[in-house]
Design a protein around this ligand. Sequence first.
Ligand code: GLY
Length: 388
Amino acid sequence: MEKIISENKAWIDEVWEKLDKKLQVVSERSYDKIPYTTLDGVHDNKLEEKCDTPELIDRGAAWWTNGFWPGMMWLMYAGTGNEQYKKVGEHAEELLDAAFKQYDGLHHDVGFMWNISSGADYRLTGSKEARLRTIYAADILAARYNPMGKFIRSWNADHVGWVIIDSMLNIPLLYWASREFGDDRYKAMAMNHADTVMRMHIRPDGSVRHIVSLDPETGEFIEDFGGQGYAQGSSWSRGQTWALYGFVLSYIHTGKQEYLDTAKKVAHYFIANVAGDWAPRVDFRSPEEPVYYDSTAAACAACGLIEIAKAVDEYEKPLYMNAAMNLLKTIEERWCNWDMDEDSIVQMGTEAYYPGGGDKGRHIPIIYGDYYFIEAIYKLRGNDILFW
Ligand code: GLY
């Protein structure tokens, strides 16, 4: 692993310098925003509701991606020590407080929203305010646990038994809360949830279901849905990466070998489907044409693959590290925008490419594409602080 990193050190350092140069400017420019995407190159939290409806909708304070911008700031602060990033990260956390006032509007994505924002802040600076925000978010997530079905419900309203694979990136907040309080109940909820997801979402070939509906009184499987993928039974690539990274994170936090084995199994399926051009399609089981890419799947997978490489035995490491390097180089060569006048970095993300099984999606830059790309490069520079 060290050999692969040292062979690529010049490239890694060069990319990090470009990230720092651009983000010093963009962080100042976007100080008062929590961006989701860009409109005409400028950070914004608004977007058309659907690709075929022109009206711009503000995604609001409780939007699930709102932790990524402060998370980027804390990654850059951790990697550079530049106080400007700290200032912007702290301000974004204050803006994010508006979401706590909309309790009804919150959801299981409080892990995405606060673990890498206030959680990272607390772990890096010891801030008491940041700790309180993170505790509050962890308790909101814990309150969603269903002890009969042994899972954390994903959505609100009548989706009582719906669980989405994205949840695997939310539960690390509960592992943190257990350590913080010295109280294993949070960890037990997270592990019960991970065990349920392992049984319900992961198919024998290593592919992953996006949405599963479970009986809320027994936890038994009812049905599954294609969600953001092409169709029921297909394989939405970002969903594969939520599982890949999510399970290795659960392994890191608990030491449970089955989680690492699951992460590896999903990684093998993922690698088999991208090896070639290392540019993930939105869905690995969609028609060959037209080709739609998802850069965010590449960035998130790279983070998970680096963590798997750290966890496995010496002779296994190159498989995962080489795959991570190939994905990151593809992102940099094909999709990075280093124009200082435009706010986003990684282009060609997708939110929902196949609404209703159709093909009316679009490629847009999305904030978590930038976040995971930065996190992966941060890891490659030898930083061992885990943001999740
Ligand atoms: N968590 C929703 C998505 O990945 O688009």
